[in-house]
Design a protein around this ligand. Sequence first.
Ligand SMILES: Cc1cc2nc3c(=O)[nH]c(=O)nc-3n(C[C@H](O)[C@H](O)[C@H](O)COP(=O)(O)OP(=O)(O)OC[C@H]3O[C@@H](n4cnc5c(N)ncnc54)[C@H](O)[C@@H]3O)c2cc1C
Ligand SMILES: NC(=O)c1ccc[n+]([C@@H]2O[C@H](COP(=O)([O-])OP(=O)(O)OC[C@H]3O[C@@H](n4cnc5c(N)ncnc54)[C@H](O)[C@@H]3O)[C@@H](O)[C@H]2O)c1
Length: 477
Amino acid sequence: MTEYTLIETDICVIGAGSGGLSVAAAAAAFGVPTVLIERGEMGGDCLNVGCVPSKALIAAARTAHEMRHGAARFGIANVEPQIDFPAVMAHVKGVIASIAPHDGVPRYTAMGVKVIKADARFADADTVEAGTHRIKARRFVIATGSRPAVPPIDGLEGVPYLTNETLFDLTELPDHLLVLGGGPIGIEMAQAFRRLGSRVSVLEASQAMGAADREMAELALASLRADGVDIFEGAAVSSVSGAGGNITVTIGEGEDARRITGSHLLVATGRKLNTDTLALDAANIAHDKKGIEIDSGLRSTTNKRVYAVGDVSGGPAFTHTAGYQAGLVMRPLLFRIPAKMDASIQPAVTYCDPPLAQIGLTEKQAREKHGKIDIRRFALAENDRARAERKTEGHVKMVIAGGKIVGVHIFGDAADEMIGLWCLAVQKGMKPSDVTGYVPPYPTRGEIGKRAATDYYSAMARRPAVRRIIAFLRRFG
Ligand SMILES: Cc1cc2nc3c(=O)[nH]c(=O)nc-3n(C[C@H](O)[C@H](O)[C@H](O)COP(=O)(O)OP(=O)(O)OC[C@H]3O[C@@H](n4cnc5c(N)ncnc54)[C@H](O)[C@@H]3O)c2cc1C
Ligand SMILES: NC(=O)c1ccc[n+]([C@@H]2O[C@H](COP(=O)([O-])OP(=O)(O)OC[C@H]3O[C@@H](n4cnc5c(N)ncnc54)[C@H](O)[C@@H]3O)[C@@H](O)[C@H]2O)c1
């Protein structure tokens, strides 16, 4: 029998990833007694096996690409980079290590948070057990994240496949990386490994980058193909066989079946929510295969003490969404003010190079929702800064409905940085006229958004009625 130490607290947070850390830090900042429970690494997926290592690897791969192809346009010779893969991975680990103290136990303890390193599970409606602790709390925030969902493909369990949890521990560059899934993980990692020297084949059951605006996704996929990534869409993998270094995937069945053999296999086919070991039934927290049943304020529909934030809430699976949700639940947790999640204001960026960034509705979604819409585009090829730096690939696409900006999609260098302004525009329901008057610095790529918005009104300049008014006003000197 476990001898438990009882802790009574105000807020108990389960999971110290992007969502849980933000809740704990905010609660501590208001001086509210808070317990934070983490069974693995502080920082969760984003820091250890997600955003941070993937972006660090992408940065190395981009440098290799620039050395190979990026210099000659300036009159400087391109060179074939010498890639020391273990050193690249040491860089990735170094970046994680540099950020880790920010999410670490000492920093949170110093903030006043009681951190418990153990696996948490509910004992009853207001008690959680973690290691040798029993924690009774007024409110619980479940922030347990997600893990790779591995599809039930014949033979897959018998081969040594990689996921995002093991990919960044590779010590040798894969000779030929097979990537199952053309979502953000698959696409980002496919391009990075290709640029570091692997042959890469992406096998996507449906449409690669399926959540993006189609026109923009096609541009991004074309740029991956130009890098030499093989992308197979509509590729339903029926079986996997082989062993480490020699793995064969079979696409389709019967006489039409096609086989591709690679050295390594990365499974990036979506996520499974981490709820199965929480003993949710013991706390009367309704849940199903899709996760915890929560209302629009992220609160359990059956146990009002409990909230869910981050991936486990079943909403968009992004670190910025986890942070947004953490901010949202602080209102009811601390001030008893109701909060409402708005999934429509969550941006999505695929950090391929150039990146693809989006906020709001795709063209298809906008047509379905609003019927009549306007589309405005402005090409980076028309932008002076992009010309000066000879990075003119891509454009901004603005989706306007009912006179308001309802979606913005940018493919091109620095799209990930440029999208910020448009997140605000969509969130605030701005009209194109709201952004035609602001002054972006010249020469920056940021000017393209304003140019697309200005273009919306260019038809007005050609209207006879407008010209007649101008002519009339000229008479007054
Ligand atoms: C390869 C990859 C790249 C990504 N890139 C980006 C990106 O560029 N931008 C972006 O916005 N998002 C990105 N994401 C998504 C992002 O990582 C997640 O959305 C984010 O980490 C979710 O935060 P979270 O707090 O919900 O979960 P997590 O960060 O996963 O944290 C959950 C924590 O809960 C702990 N836990 C689980 N169960 C228990 C339990 N029973 N008891 C105690 N502790 C428990 C886990 O150990 C974990 O530490 C990426 C994801 C992956 C996999
Ligand atoms: N840049 C970012 O913000 C970023 C980067 C990586 C991951 N993430 C987050 O992590 C989540 C998970 O990423 P992901 O790429 O694993 O998932 P995903 O669900 O976004 O994409 C998975 C892809 O795999 C395909 N697929 C599913 N089963 C398959 C099968 N059996 N064979 C072949 N293809 C199959 C799907 O059609 C889909 O296109 C994302 O939803 C995203 O929110 C974000």
